[in-house]
Design a protein around this ligand. Structure first.
Ligand SMILES: Cc1ncc(COP(=O)(O)O)c(C=O)c1O
Length: 443
C-alpha cells in the first residue's frame, strides 16, 4: 500500500480499541467518516452529515479551512519538529504572544501541551509548585466539582466528578475534594441562557475550607460552563462568588476552558463572557481547530514570576512534553486564530445566539424532553430515561440522527450540541428539524 492509498473501507476493525466508544456495537455497524468540508462530514457510503458538534467541540471554524490546511503543509516542508526543551522555534513564541493578547487580564504566559487532559494536569501541577515556590508548600489540596469533566488523566479524573470516569480506576490522587454541582432542575428547569438560582452553591467551597482549613488548599478547578456532563450553565453570580472565596483564602482559581475557549460562548473565552478573572486557564481543542493535537495553559504574571527566581541556568519548572509547542501545531494554531478573526467567529455566538436559543427550545413540547439548556452556541436537550435503561434513549437518538444526516453527541440521556461557529440559520433549521423527527421516531 502506498502512502497515498485511501483506506475508506477497512475489512478488519478489531485492532483499534476505540476511545469512549461502545466498541462491539460500533464494529457491528460502523459509522465511518471519510472527508469533511465546512459544516459537513461525508461518510464512506457518500452521505453528507451535518456536524452538530464541531467534531468533539473542537472544529470551531468548520472543516478543511484553507488557511489552516496550507499552514500545516507549509510548516511540514519547513520545520517538521524542533525540541522544546532548552531550544525554541519562532512560531511557538509568536503563537504564545498572540494567545496572551487574546486572553484578557494578566494571563500573559502560555505553557503548551497536547490535549485538554494534559492542560489540566499541567495547571494542577503549576498550582502546587507555585504555592511551594512562594513558601506555602502546605497548600496541597485540590478541589474540583461534582459532575466536572477535566479529561482522563489521573489528576483530571481525581478533580473530575463524573462517576463512570472514576469508579474503575482505583483511588486516584489523595487530598482531593469536590464542591457541589450547580444543576437545580426544580428551580432552573427550561431556563434560556443563564439560570437565576444557585449562586449560593459557590459557598460550598466555604464548607470545604472549614473542613480542611483553607491554608491547605492549593486550587479550585471548574469548567465555567460544564460541557461533557451534559451542559450545566453556571447560575447568575456563581462564578463571581467562587472567585471571591478563592481570593479571600489565597486559593488559585482554575477555569477549564477546553470547550468554552475560542468563541464557543460568543466571546473569545468564558473569562471575557463572564467577566471573572481566574489565575490559570486550561485550553485545547479549538486552539488548532481540532486539526493538530495541542493545548495551552495560561498563567498570570504573578504565578509565572514566582518561578523566575534562583540561578538563571536552572530549569524553573520540571514539567513539559516532547510535543510542547510542536512547530506543525503552532502553525495550525496561528492559522486558526487568523481564521477565527477573519471570519468574525468570536462573536458569532452573540449574533446567532437568539436564533440558536429559539431553535433549541423549540423542542420543549416533545413528550420525552425533560429539560433544555443553552448558552452561546451550546445547547442541551435532556431526555426522560427509559426505565431501567439509562443512556439508551439518547444513544438511540444519536444512531437515528446519524442515519438521518446529523451528528449529535450524547452523554447519559442528554443530547449536547456545539456546532462549528460558521453555522448559518439554514443549518440550524436542518439540525433542529431533523432532531425533532428523530425524537418523534425513537422509543
Ligand atoms: C472541560 C474539559 N477539560 C478537559 C478535556 C479533555 O480534553 P482532551 O480530550 O483533549 O484530553 C475536555 C474534553 O472534552 C473538556 O471538555
Amino acid at each position: 500500500m502506498t502512502a497515498t492509498t485511501k483506506v475508506s473501507r477497512p475489512n478488519d476493525l478489531s485492532a483499534f480499541w476505540m476511545p469512549f466508544t461502545a466498541n462491539r456495537q460500533f464494529k457491528q455497524a460502523p459509522r465511518m467518516l471519510v472527508s469533511a468540508e465546512g459544516m459537513y462530514y461525508q461518510t464512506d457510503d457518500n452521505r453528507q452529515i451535518l456536524d452538530g458538534t464541531a467534531g468533539l467541540w473542537c472544529c470551531n471554524a468548520g472543516h478543511k479551512r484553507p488557511k489552516i490546511v496550507e499552514a500545516v503543509k507549509a510548516q511540514m516542508d519547513e520545520l517538521d519538529y524542533a525540541p522544546a526543551f532548552q531550544m525554541g522555534h519562532p512560531k511557538a513564541f509568536e503563537l504564545a504572544s498572540r494567545l496572551a493578547q487574546l486572553m484578557p487580564g494578566d494571563l500573559n504566559h502560555v505553557f503548551y501541551t497536547n490535549s485538554g487532559s494534559e492542560s489540566v494536569e499541567t495547571a494542577l501541577k503549576i498550582a502546587l509548585a507555585y504555592h511551594r515556590a512562594r513558601g506555602e508548600g502546605q497548600r496541597t489540596r485540590l478541589i474540583g466539582r461534582e459532575r466536572g469533566y477535566h479529561g482522563v488523566n489521573f489528576g483530571g479524573i481525581s478533580v473530575g466528578g463524573i462517576p463512570t470516569n472514576r469508579k474503575t480506576f482505583g483511588t486516584m490522587l489523595g487530598g482531593v475534594d469536590h464542591i457541589r454541582h450547580t444543576h437545580l432542575p426544580e428551580q432552573n428547569g427550561m431556563t434560556r441562557g443563564i439560570p437565576e438560582h444557585g449562586a449560593d452553591l459557590a459557598d460550598d467551597l466555604e464548607r470545604l475550607c472549614a473542613l480542611h482549613d483553607p491554608s491547605t488548599i492549593a486550587a479550585v478547578i471548574v469548567e465555567p460552563v460544564a460541557g461533557s456532563t451534559g451542559v450545566l450553565i453556571p447560575p447568575k453570580g456563581y462564578l463571581e462568588r467562587l472567585r471571591n472565596i478563592c481570593t479571600k483564602h489565597g486559593i488559585l482559581l482554575i477555569f477549564d476552558e477546553v470547550i468554552t475557549g475560542f468563541g464557543r460562548l460568543g466571546a473569545p473565552f468564558a473569562v471575557d463572557y463572564f467577566g471573572v478573572q481566574p489565575d490559570l486557564v486550561t485550553t485545547a481543542k479549538g486552539l488548532t481547530n481540532g486539526t493538530i493535537p495541542m493545548g495551552a495553559v495560561f498563567a498570570t504574571d504573578t504565578i509565572h514570576d514566582a518561578f523566575m527566581t534562583g540561578p538563571e541556568n536552572m530549569i524553573e519548572l520540571f514539567h513539559g512534553y516532547t510535543y510542547s509547542g510542536n512547530p506543525v501545531a503552532c502553525a495550525a494554531g496561528l492559522a486558526t486564530l487568523e481564521t477565527y478573526e477573519e471570519d468574525g467567529l468570536y462573536t458569532k455566538g452573540q449574533e446567532l445566539g437568539q436564533y440558536w436559543e429559539d431553535a433549541v427550545h423549540s423542542l420543549a413540547d416533545l413528550p420525552m424532553v425533560k429539560d433544555i439548556r443553552n448558552l452561546g452556541l451550546i445547547g442541551a436537550i435532556e431526555l426522560e430515561s427509559i426505565e431501567g435503561f439509562p443512556t439508551k434513549r439518547a444513544f438511540n437518538a444519536f444512531l437515528k440522527a446519524f442515519e438521518k444526516g446529523i451528528l449529535i453527541r450524547t452523554t447519559g440521556d442528554i443530547i449536547a450540541l456545539s456546532p462549528p461557529l460558521i453555522i448559518e440559520k439554514s443549518h440550524i433549521d436542518q439540525l433542529f428539524g431533523t432532531l425533532r423527527d428523530v425524537l418523534k421516531e425513537i422509543d
